[in-house]
Design a binder for this molecule. Structure first.
Ligand code: PLP
Length: 468
């Protein structure tokens, strides 16, 4: 056996033990700032170090500074899972070390990406007319879609830029609940934060179509140019859904680019009973869903679907001379569809996960997560003093402890203290949010190994902390 084979076997055994005992680690790292860095040498070694020594330091220096996202008791933000088969696929992709930029720089990477993205689209009920492209994150996919939206306005911004010339003010429409990457993308694209317009929401924090229409009318009357509307299916804070079908009708009626951010919840459409959450998305210009959020694919893997891939090419294609294909036959060259030149072979892990589990088992895991979240919500509802704070259609519950007699600021302090106490135990990790400026705790379920007992531990700790 080569040294590599022995070392890789040791890594495999380590990962296997880690995943089997994931509950034994404090979920939220307990190190203080600078602690990990202080345990590392200031300079790289001049001479080789033994594999055993690397692994020993990995365990003693690095692991204590890890927050265990792959723990069944990680309930913060959006809980995720790196499926073991996805980890194996990552190792294979690293071995091939493909830079999937041109078709010829690895035809299989390009063609597998096309096929597996179509598989995923079909699982979610999206039509084959969409072209799928994998990016690292929904933030980059969203940025790329908005760059295409800007290009679609035919304002020659690609060639002439946006400075020292007469251009209408470009406007992008979101809500207070839209993920912050949209605003960042608008900063990077020269749209300006002032032109990112937050449309009023209804009682469930959904974009109000009438308010959207009124704002569009007012902006157009003032000589502005609507560039894009971003609708969210499963917002970051409460997982609410903007009314997609009504927003689609508005966007199509006015020929405005519609980007659907379904980074977390879009995956739920794989279950027939949730298919309707993407109703209308087939008429959107772009849609993003994250297999690295709720489809058990290790970070990073975000799927962007576009109706007109040519618009992405128009926005980004710039092929340097040194990689020109000299007229030879070629499939799709993915480097023309975004900022990156070299691209990781991410399709492999998505392909492995989809095949290893199969759609039925994936649906069962999603249903289990949703059922656990609903059961957790029922415990909250049944407990005096505790309240559910927002509808919880998926696997995320927003809630808080609000005993009688406390004002808003008292409730915030109390819940922040409860959260700190619970997370300090290391047994679970939850996060919080603010809903219309009111503080709420948030429990998200998304790990393959999370069982009822894990959620029960979280509830026991929360109740215990509330009684202190
Ligand atoms: N969109 C939504 C609705 C999200 O909740 C998030 C992250 O939680 C993102 C986009 C950003 O995802 P990523 O980390 O893949 O950029």
């Amino acid at each position: 056996m080569s040294d590599f084979a022995a070392e890789f076997a040791a890594v495999g055994a380590w990962i296997d033990r880690y995943l089997s005992n994931a509950r034994d680690y404090p979920v939220l790292s307990k190190v203080s700032p600078g602690e990990v860095a202080s345990r590392l040498p200031a300079s790289a070694p001049e001479h080789p170090e033994a594999f055993e020594s690397l692994m020993a330091d990995f365990e003693s220096v690095i692991l204590p500074g890890i927050t265990h996202w792959n723990s069944p008791r990680f309930f913060a933000y959006f809980a995720t899972s790196a499926a073991p088969i996805g980890i194996s696929a990552e190792a294979l992709a690293a071995a091939l070390d493909v830079k999937a930029m041109l078709w010829r720089t690895s035809p299989a990477a390009t063609e597998l990406e096309e096929v597996v993205m179509r598989w995923l689209a079909r699982l979610m009920g999206l039509p084959d007319t969409f072209t799928g492209i994998i990016y690292d994150t929904a933030s980059i996919g969203g940025f790329t879609a908005l760059a295409a939206a800007r290009e679609s306005l035919d304002l020659e911004i690609r060639e002439r830029g946006m400075t020292a010339r007469e251009l209408p003010r470009l406007r992008v429409y979101i809500t207070s609940e839209t993920h912050s990457h949209v605003e960042k993308a608008c900063i990077a694209l020269g749209i300006g934060r002032e032109n990112v317009v937050r449309i009023e929401t209804d009682g469930e924090l959904r974009m109000r179509p009438d308010a959207l229409t009124a704002q569009l009318d007012a902006d157009v009357a003032a000589g502005m140019r609507p560039m894009a509307i971003v609708a969210t299916v499963g917002t970051t804070s409460t997982t609410t859904r903007d009314p997609l079908e009504e927003i689609v009708a508005i966007a199509r009626g006015r020929n405005i680019w519609l980007h659907v951010d379904a980074a977390y919840a879009g995956i739920a459409a794989i279950m027939p009973e949730f298919r309707s959450i993407l109703a209308g998305a087939e008429h959107a210009d772009s849609i993003v869903v994250n297999p690295h959020k709720w489809l058990f694919v290790p970070m990073d893997c975000s799927a962007l679907y576009v109706r007109d891939p040519e618009m992405l090419r128009r926005a980004f294609s710039l092929v340097p001379e040194f990689i020109l294909d000299a007229g030879e036959e070629s499939g799709r060259n993915y480097m023309e569809y975004g900022l990156q030149l070299g691209r990781r072979f991410r399709a492999l892990k998505l392909w492995f996960v989809l095949r290893y589990y199969g759609a039925e088992a994936i649906r069962e895991h999603l249903r289990r997560h949703i059922a656990l979240a609903q059961e957790f919500a029922s415990w909250i509802e049944a407990e005096p003093g505790w309240e559910i704070f927002a509808p919880h259609p998926f696997s995320v519950v927003c809630f808080r402890y609000a005993p009688l007699g406390l004002d808003e600021s008292g409730i915030e302090k109390l819940n922040a203290r409860i959260l700190e106490d619970v997370n300090a135990t290391g047994e679970v990790f939850l996060s919080h949010t603010k809903i219309r400026d009111r503080y709420a705790l948030r429990l998200a379920i998304g790990n393959l190994q999370t069982a009822r007992e894990d959620v029960a531990v979280a509830w026991r700790l929360l109740r215990g902390a509330s009684k202190k």
